[in-house]
Design a protein around this ligand. Structure first.
Ligand code: G3H
Length: 239
């Protein structure tokens, strides 16, 4: 299983340190073999995470240069960062990233050998049009994306489920993940209002290989609880 905590624009450097201490101790005390990834804000990056991967929520696809306000490869390398989130719906819909820009990021960071957690997902009005419209919408989010890239993790996050407390039904998640499984062998994560109460049941679904969690992962203890639920499922899913 792969469990990701995306802090978004939350937590200070000090709060992130305290959080990492709890999660790292939990992972080592319980010999966790699942992949745990934390995406803190840039300001809270540290040099030496131990048993948890640290990724960035964004990055500018150049080595360095005149790009005011951006963080490029050279700055990420200084912190040993090799994991990045690309295509998150907040970057698409709030920050206005186009598919072309997203694909350029994907190409650049894939060339650099990054582990890429690539996000796709539909707004509510598309979901209401049915499965075919939904898949056609998601297909557009694959334009310029190499779904055979070896260090790809694909996260399905319905936009209307992010931070709202709403989730698709389990059968809807399975239907969508089944369709994504036909397109790629990459691990498939579900994201959107995952919390302690539903994480286990979502991770148990067919073709769900982990979760990408926002608000509910801001509590280190809750995130550890979700990791513990994944460990229980590993035996059942034969991982
Ligand atoms: O990156 C995480 C997702 O956007 C999910 O956020 P959420 O768990 O707060 O709904």
């Amino acid at each position: 299983m792969i469990l990701c905590a995306n802090f978004k624009a939350n937590k200070t450097r000090q709060e992130t340190r305290a959080y990492m201490a709890v999660v790292e101790s939990f992972v080592s005390a319980n010999d966790i073999t699942d992949t745990i990834i934390v995406f803190p804000p840039f300001t809270a990056l540290e040099h030496d995470p131990r048993n948890v991967l640290i990724g960035v929520q964004n990055g500018y696809p150049v080595k360095n240069g005149a790009f005011t306000g951006e963080i490029a490869l050279e700055q990420l390398e200084e912190f040993g960062i090799k994991t990045i989130l690309i295509g998150h719906s907040e970057r698409r819909h709030i920050l206005g990233e186009t598919q072309e820009q997203i694909a350029a990021k994907f190409r650049f960071f894939a060339e650099q050998g990054f582990l890429i957690v690539y996000c796709v997902g539909e707004p509510l009005e598309i979901r209401e049009q049915g499965h075919e419209a939904l898949m056609a919408y998601i297909e557009k989010q694959f334009e310029g994306i190499d779904l055979t890239y070896s260090d790809l993790v694909l996260a399905y996050e319905p936009v209307w489920a992010i931070g709202t407390g709403l989730t698709p039904s389990n059968s809807d998640i399975e239907l969508l993940h089944g369709a994504l499984r036909m397109k790629t062998t990459a691990p498939l994560l579900y994201g959107g209002s995952v919390k302690v109460d539903n994480a286990g049941e979502i991770m148990a679904l067919e073709n769900v290989d982990g979760v990408l969690v926002g608000s509910a992962a801001l509590s280190a203890n809750d995130f550890c609880d979700m990791i513990a639920q994944a460990v229980e499922l590993n035996t059942e899913k034969g991982e």
